[in-house]
Ligand binder design. Structure first.
Ligand code: ZN
Length: 190
């Protein structure tokens, strides 16, 4: 799939929004990406995840793991395409952990998948879980890299879209100076 086809999917599903947004960090931005809007549609999920699955298909992956909640749909679909097991880590007392009887074995080859990476915090936490069990982190796949390639996980990594997120402190925000209100899209309060 070409980059313009991909952007077309993101735009027609309203995943990629232009406007005036209040980000989780408290900074303001003229762009916002809500990955879940794309993933509402299984046909789009299949096509977007194929880019990551194809990238890692020559690697011997046993298990795909994702941080909940955003990464679950993506990880499940990539595992389906690679014909591997899929598990996810979820927050318990603020730390990502394996629950529900999910397990990894020593020496297992693991691919970490996420929907949107900004600072990579959740992915780094999942990498730590995998390493703590002496399993191997083979790579990281993400739908959108909002760090524009700046976050380096130290293993092969691929994203379907790299974005440079331009953000401002509210007192310096040119959109505020134009007088439009900043809106808080999405939710990270789940
Ligand atoms: Zn603003």
């Amino acid at each position: 799939m070409s980059n313009s086809e991909l952007l077309n999917i993101f735009q027609k599903t309203d995943a990629l929004l232009n406007g005036h947004f209040l980000l989780t960090s408290g900074r303001h931005s003229n762009q916002y990406f809500q990955c879940a809007k794309v993933l509402q549609y299984p046909e789009h999920t299949t096509r977007v995840c194929k880019i990551i699955a194809d990238y890692f298909k020559e690697y011997k992956i046993d298990t795909v793991i994702s941080p909940a909640i955003g990464g679950i749909v993506v990880g499940q679909e990539i595992a389906r395409q690679l014909n591997t097991k899929f598990i996810f880590a979820e927050r318990e007392n603020k730390n990502l952990t394996l629950r529900r009887g999910f397990e990894l074995s020593e020496g297992e080859n693991v691919l970490v998948c996420e929907d949107v990476v900004t600072t990579g915090g959740s992915v780094f936490e999942v990498i730590d879980i995998v390493k703590s069990i002496n399993a191997n982190v083979v790579g990281v796949g993400m739908i959108v890299d909002r760090s524009n390639g700046k976050v380096d996980f130290g293993v092969p990594q691929v994203s379907t879209l790299q974005m440079e997120v331009v953000s401002y402190l509210s007192e310096d925000c040119p959109l505020c100076k134009e007088g439009t209100p900043a809106i808080k899209p999405g939710s990270r309060k789940i």
